[in-house]
Design a protein around this ligand. Structure first.
Ligand code: AMP
Ligand code: MG
Length: 394
């Protein structure tokens, strides 16, 4: 039986780089850039007034001039002003270009204007005060975003500044999602006491949504070999197939057998992890991967986080998701002879990991309120107060 690290290495080693596509900036939230981005011009593109006030030439001030005649008013977006004459100034608005004959802006709050002459209630003036100078943020043609950047709100704003109405991003993988089980019914159907609702379909769709992935095929299959075979045979060209249930040791757990009969090459079955031990993974003849997850909701969530997310992240060129290390609050005894994973909330100052009690791995609450999935390695019998513990953020 492989452990978590080995299994993750096997899976991430089989990643296939995502293709690319061009999309409108409006649709880019959360997508992964697939091009390096360079500035189209200097930023700021001109010497920009950062305050409402008066633009003067500091030579005049140094020569002793204290009363300045307002030569012109400059609004944001205006250009083409006449050069400043000795002893004159511009009245200028925030965001307006400061003409080259001026080199300092004095705030309106520090000025007293009487008719067309202004004086200032300040003793010193520094050249280029209250002016953002052309190119001081970044020069034209410099690299500003790398391929693999995630389109966060700040990145989207930057792309808009650069006039990128369309960008090249990584394509999303083609995913098929199947839940299985005779006892599992749709969430709107009438339910008998011996049945349970198909929560995992919604859990897995929601986990995929974080990556902006919507399964192209999504359905439920009963525990029937022929039906499993028929349905699965139609998606063998997909990038990722996710199934849930039917991979344990029960008499109706047909998935490993069916998948192998369809030509899917087994990578492993059963791992030394808890929860999630029954996980089955295989590679499709076309190169994609099949993740056959156990049916218990918590096992399903944990194996998705540990393995499917790592694989998707690798395909996007983002590397394996990084673990965060934080101090543990409380005490936790390892209950199996495996690496264990459990939900935690992050709170307190300094931030610590607080375990959230779950009953069995079938607990419908799935560690409600958890911020992360914490890792209890098999090497540690007990996690003690203050121990540094690895976790994966939800
Ligand atoms: P299995 O992995 O098929 O043996 O299922 C393990 C447990 O998870 C059983 O109690 C199932 O009823 C439950 N289960 C399986 N599939 C789902 C599902 N789609 N939604 C909620 N629970 C499920
Ligand atoms: Mg089942």
């Amino acid at each position: 039986m492989f452990n978590y690290k080995t299994a993750q290495q096997i899976i991430t080693g089989l990643f296939r780089p995502s293709g690319t596509e061009s999309i409108a900036l409006d649709d880019a939230d959360g997508r992964v850039l697939a091009e390096d981005i360079y500035t189209d011009r200097d930023y700021p593109p001109f010497n920009r007034a950062t305050m409402d006030g008066y633009a003067i030439n500091t030579n005049d001030w140094e020569k002793g001039t204290r009363g300045f005649k307002v030569q012109q008013v400059i609004y944001a977006g205006q250009t083409g002003q006449a050069e400043l004459q000795a002893g004159t100034c511009y009245k200028i608005m925030t965001g307006a270009p400061v003409p080259s004959s001026a080199n300092a802006v004095i705030r309106r709050e520090d000025a007293v204007q009487v008719d067309d002459t202004v004086s200032f209630n300040i003793d010193t003036i520094k050249p280029f005060q209250n002016i953002a100078r052309q190119g001081e943020d970044i020069k034209a043609g410099e690299g500003i975003l790398k391929s693999q950047s995630i389109c966060s709100p700040a990145v989207i704003s930057l792309l808009a500044t650069l006039g990128k109405s369309h960008i090249t991003v990584k394509s999303l993988p083609k995913v098929a999602l199947f839940t299985t089980g005779d006892e599992v019914v749709g969430i709107s159907e009438e339910i008998k006491p011996n049945q349970i609702r198909n929560s995992n379909q919604y859990l897995l769709k929601s986990l995929l949504k974080k990556w902006l992935i919507k399964p192209q095929v999504c359905s439920h299959i009963i525990d029937d070999k022929e039906q499993l075979k028929t349905v699965l045979s139609e998606v063998l060209n997909f990038d990722i197939i996710i199934t849930c249930g039917g991979v344990s040791a029960g008499d109706a757990d047909y998935l490993p057998e069916v998948l192998e009969a369809l030509g899917v090459k087994k990578l492993f079955h059963k791992l030394s992890i808890r929860p999630g031990k029954p996980l089955w993974c295989g590679q499709l003849p076309s190169g994609g991967l099949v993740f056959a997850l156990p049916g218990n909701p918590i096992s399903c969530m944990v194996t998705f986080k540990l393995f499917i997310e790592a694989y998707i992240s690798m395909c996007f060129g983002l590397g394996v998701p990084k673990l965060l290390q934080l101090p543990f609050k409380g005490s936790r005894k390892r209950v199996s002879s495996f690496d264990e994973f459990f939900p935690v909330s992050i709170s307190g100052e300094p931030s610590m990991l607080h375990p959230i009690h779950t009953n069995t791995s079938g607990d419908i609450r799935l560690g409600l309120g958890a911020d992360a999935l914490a890792f209890h390695p098999v090497e540690a019998d007990v996690l003690n107060d203050g121990d540094m513990v690895n976790c994966l953020l939800f």
